[in-house]
Design a protein around this ligand. Structure first.
Ligand code: NDP
Length: 328
């Protein structure tokens, strides 16, 4: 079967040469282990941090090791009494068509009401990020104005829909007219500002006539700066990501002093910091997806070999919704 390893560390932008596709022998499983055929691989911005040596919230990964990544797939062989052949499992089995696991970090999932791929998006780590950041950090009340950047993406799309269910006025920020139209027309946000249209400050002011009470920040840099400028007193900021700077770009902020003037609460967070909340969060997200109340969109690249280009595209905003790789 095939797998992709980290061949070298990127200097700035990720290049195809930073990855290497390898063919490896089919593994023989031992007692207690199981063999999984991965159906979908999740591509996520955090992988950029793992490729570098510099300190991030997650340890960097070793050269020549299989690239880290979330997966959903089917158990095809089992010597572990907790899993049977045919079970669908979610885990972190990496950029590989097959993987051996001892089962300890695998979760069995029901794919009858929820499609398997959703367990890597709205009912997986990205959805959980949205749920946790919204409910435990932003804590918005009905009627408040909430802004979320990278609004059409895996995390942002869930943030906005959950905030709408809470009765907030929800404004997205996204790159391009097509993404903005989707966010408003399909996801039901009240407005969406296209930061690539060239009038970010004025367009955001028009979309937030009562100012901004809470920001869910995924992008950083100019996008965050524009939202900071619109904050109301005692606003809350859930600082989730800074994708505008993941390749080492400078992302200066002019409006920092507004944190003082508006007495803002800024809280960075990592989705894994309160693992005890995951069962509740994933349960609520799963129910919303099954009932059709939480919508999502996917960009699906075909075949493991397409993963590097799809990942490079994700860091440039070429994805439209959750970026996946379909492996079989
Ligand atoms: P998305 O599906 O939102 O895809 C990334 C999007 O980011 C792109 O589609 C693009 O949207 C936008 N983007 C990419 N590059 C830039 C850039 N240079 N400037 C501005 N926007 C850019 O990804 P996710 O939903 O998976 O992740 C969203 C954010 O959440 C990321 O910052 C990620 O690191 C963070 N995150 C944090 C977690 C945590 O625990 N703190 C957990 C999971 C995710 P557009 O075209 O609209 O610009």
């Amino acid at each position: 079967f095939q797998r992709i390893v980290l061949a070298s560390r990127p200097k700035a932008e990720v290049q195809p040469e930073n990855f290497r596709l390898e063919t490896v022998d089919m593994p023989v499983i031992k007692d207690g282990e199981l063999l999984v055929r991965n159906q979908y691989l999740s591509l996520d911005p955090y992988m950029r941090g793992r490729m570098s040596e510099s300190k991030s919230y997650a340890a960097s990964q070793a050269i020549d090791d299989t690239m880290i990544g979330g997966t959903v797939g089917e158990v095809v062989e089992s010597k572990n009494p907790k899993f049977a052949v045919g079970d669908m499992v979610v885990g972190t089995l990496g950029w590989a068509e097959m993987a051996v696991s001892d089962g300890s970090m695998l979760r069995r999932v029901d794919t009858k009401q929820i499609p398997a791929s959703a367990y890597l998006g709205a009912v997986g780590m990205p959805g959980m990020t949205a749920w946790y950041g919204l409910n435990h950090i932003m804590t918005p009340k009905a009627g408040e104005t909430v802004v979320v950047s990278a609004a059409s993406g895996a995390v942002g799309s869930v943030v906005g829909q959950l905030a709408k269910l809470k009765g907030c006025r929800v404004v997205g920020i996204a790159g391009g007219a097509e993404k903005c139209a989707y966010v408003v027309d399909e996801l039901g946000f009240d407005a969406c500002v296209d930061y690539k249209a060239g009038n970010l400050e004025a367009d955001l002011a028009a979309a937030t006539p009562d100012g901004i009470d809470a920001i869910f920040e995924n992008v950083g840099g100019k996008v965050f700066d524009a939202a900071l400028a619109r904050t109301n007193a005692f606003g809350r900021i859930a600082l989730c990501g800074w994708i505008a700077g993941y390749n080492g770009e400078a992302t200066p902020i002019d409006n920092f002093r507004l944190i003082l003037i508006n007495r803002l609460t800024v809280r960075g967070f990592i989705v894994s910091e309160q693992p005890e909340l995951w069962p509740q969060g994933l349960g609520e997200l799963g129910a919303l997806v099954a009932e059709g109340k939480l919508k999502f969109r996917e960009s699906v690249a075909e075949g493991l070999a397409s993963a590097p280009e799809a990942f490079i595209g994700l860091l440039k905003g070429r994805n439209f919704g959750k970026q996946l790789v379909k492996l079989i």
